[in-house]
Design a protein around this ligand. Structure first.
Ligand SMILES: Nc1ncnc2c1ncn2[C@@H]1O[C@H](COP(=O)(O)OP(=O)(O)O)[C@@H](O)[C@H]1O
Ligand SMILES: N[C@@H](CCOP(=O)(O)O)C(=O)O
Length: 326
């Protein structure tokens, strides 16, 4: 569950007095999420999400994230819009933490994505990549290929407790990624965590994207590779080619992929699997079992990494390349 900070009602009422939302009617913590504390809040002026930014989010990055959501909403992309206070900064302070109020997005995330969901996500991701082309904010990806070795070392020798031989396997894959990581591909602001729990659907249609707190500047096709990892495997670990085709073709229907991007996709997908394997491994080892945070299983991404290492050509994801059948 992700409510790390208690918010006393009088403090919240004082915080809300900065906004034109009327009186506070009710609020409750939201169990989902990992990084921040989120509350569903009802006021006379409507329903909102209150976010308190916790320790793992760097305060200096908050203007980038908030500016990004404002930019995307301004371009018509459906995402939480930071609510402006009557005066002063969008970002306030509540219960000793940086805090902001957001519009409530209707919809639910899907636990059983279909190929059609994947197609819609691909199209939305590409739409986001086009919409951010003129966003002035910049943020380095602190979880890209140059950071993975540090994460691995941070996990330490206890990585072998998760599975025998795991440290040597990660070391081998890290070397391959570090030496083969694609260069010179189109870059821009990416979401970097567009997992099913960050995409809402309503009546079968994609209704919006949330959780931009890993967004950063990186290779655009890497964002698609992250989605491939997160959306196109079944619960039993099997890769679903139909979903992969849906995702990639959905993306290409909005933003075509160059030959160089298609060539790079298998390596980018291996990198994406490694990134989530390592962050999950780090948390698995460092977050105490007594913590109320539900730790995500690194082995899920180990299995995905093993599959993705066997892929030699993007056509193995079920898509066609110019003139070449799948
Ligand atoms: N703008 C929003 N509208 C509706 N629900 C939201 C909104 N923002 C967050 N939520 C809810 O809060 C949960 C956690 O939000 P998320 O941004 O994923 O947190 P974290 O950054 O901690 O992972 C989401 O799964 C969703 O249920
Ligand atoms: N998507 C990551 C964890 C980040 O969680 P989120 O709730 O912020 O999306 C993973 O699955 O490892």
């Amino acid at each position: 569950m992700a409510v790390y900070t208690d918010v006393p009602e009088p403090d919240l009422a004082a915080f809300l007095a900065r906004y034109d939302v009327g009186r506070l009617l009710s609020y409750k913590g939201i169990a989902e999420g990992v990084e921040n504390s989120n509350f569903l809040l009802r006021a006379e002026g409507g329903t909102f999400i209150l976010t308190l930014y916790e320790k793992r989010v760097n305060r200096d990055d908050l203007p980038f994230f908030i500016g990004l959501m404002e930019h995307l909403a301004g371009k018509g992309l459906s995402c939480p819009l930071p609510v402006q206070p009557r005066e002063g900064e969008t970002l306030g302070e509540l219960a000793g933490r940086p805090a902001a109020l957001f519009t409530f997005l209707e919809g639910m995330w899907t636990r059983r994505p279909s190929a059609e969901h994947c197609r819609a996500v691909g199209a939305a991701l590409a739409g986001m990549h086009l919409a951010v082309r003129d966003y002035a904010g910049e943020r380095r990806n602190a979880l890209s290929v140059d950071a993975w070795r540090g994460l691995f070392e941070g996990a330490g020798p206890r990585a072998g407790e998760v599975e025998e031989g795991l440290p040597a396997e990660i070391e081998g894959e890290l070397r391959a990624l570090e030496s083969g990581w694609p260069q010179g591909l189109p870059s821009g602001v990416i979401h970097a965590d567009l997992f099913p729990d960050n995409v809402f659907f309503l009546s079968g249609e994609l209704s919006g994207l949330i959780d931009f707190y890993f967004a950063c500047n990186d290779i655009l096709a890497y964002d698609l590779a992250i989605c491939l990892c997160a959306w196109c495997f079944e619960q039993d670990g099997a890769f679903n080619v139909t979903k992969a085709r849906g995702l990639i073709d959905g993306y290409r229907s909005v933003r075509p992929l160059s030959e160089a991007e298609l060539d790079a996709l298998p390596m980018l997908a291996r990198g994406a699997a490694m990134r989530f394997l390592l962050t999950r491994l780090y948390d698995w080892i460092h977050i105490p079992d007594t913590s109320f945070v539900t730790k995500k299983d690194p082995r899920e991404y180990l299995r995905k990494s093993r599959f993705l290492r066997q892929v030699r050509d993007v056509r193995e994801y079920g898509i066609e390349r110019e003139g070449l059948p799948a």
